[in-house]
Design a protein around this ligand. Structure first.
Ligand code: UTP
Length: 291
């Protein structure tokens, strides 16, 4: 079955990036000149997704405005003949059909995803976490996962290895290599706190493709780590009963939900930016000498 729907949970409070996120959604923080969520929507569109549901919350209206037309600004740029600037904003509303729903209570990622049930209506769908930007790679990360869903017919997790220290803040998955960057996944745990709970140093980072059955599981998933309804706990049930596939996607992932990730993204994506890349490289080389 062709996967054409995606859900972007973006209702989190972004407390790790306060005070920047007091008013501004973290998904709208810029990486060079584009808000993080634009990279994510572009990745979805490049992966064949035609319909996106963004799960929002109070104060996240900037996201809707960003993917809307801006008639006054567009009119001025047109009048002034600033076609290069116009092209950066003109077609954002055409990337995909973008729908929005509010998660009234911030009860966790699993709870946010459960809000997508009627939008998804019976189909498998992709999930792109609103604070994980993935760039580069052989294909867009979501496309790599969709292809694995097509081949193996099971829910797919996007994974990457992380450090022993970092795994405690993420999830840990039990994996067995099938071939190349594709694994079979039979178990997982969210935020393992003891060494003996760590299943591997592979963690689910920002992308998955899920069957519709996940909604039945989410309906009875109890609050877990951080007292939140965790998507990982629901996916664990799926992994144990049906099995899941995991793909170590080839792109580079930036966690823009924390301060360090925001800086990494700005520097690395900035270095490849056609307008400022060369100047930034020169600046960094010189600056590094002073450190
Ligand atoms: P995070 O746990 O990284 O986001 O959730 P957060 O809650 O904003 O983080 P803090 O406050 O800095 O610790 C991962 C993704 O799930 C979304 C977030 O917006 C992010 O994209 N999310 C999380 C929701 O949509 N709803 C929730 O209740 C929790």
């Amino acid at each position: 079955m062709k996967i054409t729907k995606a859900v972007i949970p973006a209702a989190g409070l972004g407390t790790r990036v306060l005070p920047a996120t007091k008013v501004m959604p973290k998904e709208m923080l810029p990486i060079v000149d584009k808000p993080a969520i634009q990279y994510i929507v572009e990745e979805a569109a490049a992966s064949g997704i035609t319909d996106i549901l963004i799960i929002t919350n109070r104060g996240k209206g900037f996201i809707e405005d960003h993917f809307d037309k801006a008639p006054v600004l567009q009119g001025i740029l047109e009048k002034d003949g600033k076609d290069d600037l116009l092209s950066t904003i003109k077609d954002l509303d055409k990337l995909a059909n973008i729908h929005y729903i509010r998660q009234i209570d911030t009860l966790g990622l699993g709870h946010a995803i459960s809000k997508a049930k009627s939008f998804v209506s019976g189909e498998p769908f992709a999930v792109l976490y609103g604070d994980d930007v993935v760039v580069g790679g052989e294909k867009p990360a979501t496309k790599e996962l969709i292809d694995a869903y097509g081949t193996y017919g099971k829910g797919v997790l996007g994974i990457k290895p992380v450090s022993k220290e970092a795994i405690r803040s993420y999830s840990s998955v039990k994996v067995e290599n099938i071939k190349d960057n594709i694994f079979k996944c039979t178990d997982m745990i969210e935020k393992p706190q003891r060494d003996e709970d760590v299943l591997s140093l592979y963690s689910i980072l920002g992308r998955c493709v899920l069957p519709y059955e996940i909604f039945d599981i989410l309906a009875h998933t109890k609050p877990g780590a951080k007292n939140e309804i965790q998507l990982t706990d629901a996916m664990r049930e799926l992994a144990i009963t049906e099995g899941m596939t995991a793909v170590e996607y080839t792109g580079t992932r930036y966690d823009i939900g924390n301060k360090f990730g925001i800086m990494q993204a700005a520097i690395e994506i900035g270095l490849n930016h056609p307008e400022i890349g060369a100047d930034l490289r020169e600046y960094l080389k010189n600056f590094a000498k002073t450190l």
